[in-house]
Ligand binder design. Sequence first.
Ligand code: ADP
Length: 315
Amino acid sequence: RVVVAGSFNQDFVWRVPRFNAPGQTQLGSFASGPGGKGSNQAIACARLGVTTTFIGALGEDAIAQQAIALMQAEGVDARWEGHPTLASGSAAIWIDAAGQNMIVVDPGANLALSAAHVEAQREAIAAARVVLTQHEIHPDATRRTLELAGEAGALRIHNPAPDVPADAAAPLALVDVLTPNESEFAALLRAHCGLDIDPDALHALADAELHALCRRLPPPSLVLTLGARGAFVSHADAGQDGGPCHRVPARAVDATDTTGAGDAFNGGLAVALAEGRAFADAVRFATAVAALQVQRPGAALAMPLRDEVERLQAE
Ligand code: ADP
């Protein structure tokens, strides 16, 4: 079993020729779909065929009803905390003709997810092989999830996304596997080590240099995702499968929408590690999951099924 504690947001997406100027009205095309990193990752796990529990929070509104129905349809065992006076999480997203986006997020109930509600799911956490967290809920809830997972001996994967101020970030000492992208990695190096590194400059580093930077952060294993450049894996334990560090290239695919690529990757990694795969193999599995996801529009609803991943890996 995998337990994901995290956010649910309904995404409201408008495609426009160009971004509005203040006071301007224009026509655009609209679509709405489920998002939120926690929920995306939980759906990724469930579609990959693993028993998945999701711990999250909702208001009492139309978004909440959609979220409850979605998790049921996806076969996710969702443990919602209800907050009648708060709105469910939402994101307004504008995408221009060049594919750039402008986003406003109201975390709403997500930030009210309590440590007590996490505590009430103690049994599910104790039954998990892997527990997966991100940065879109109240930090106390994330901390409690990681603490309970540690007590239960579950593997703790933390995706430090999005960037948040240090006081809202998860305690890295409680994390076994950290999965930042480039900008999140640079932000963590700044917060924890006072290093000022431009995320783009990471691409020019040799493996040994990147490995040394990874080792400045507490988690014993780190998977740095590099978009179309793939992933860099670093372990404190040189005896890990794949050696102390190695790269896993992304698959060459026609990426049409990379929203949720990191979520697909994290879901894939969690499932593969929960199934007991060796680490390097788990990263290859996660890479295949993400490669399928980026070829389809949307976030959660673009997550691939187990069969699709196995077919791709068999090619
Ligand atoms: P995030 O969405 O969190 O910023 P990344 O952009 O680093 O995460 O993507 C996560 C993973 O998804 C990458 O390591 C890679 O395996 C896969 N991926 C992302 N973009 C592409 C792409 N254009 N083509 C193929 N795979 C991709």
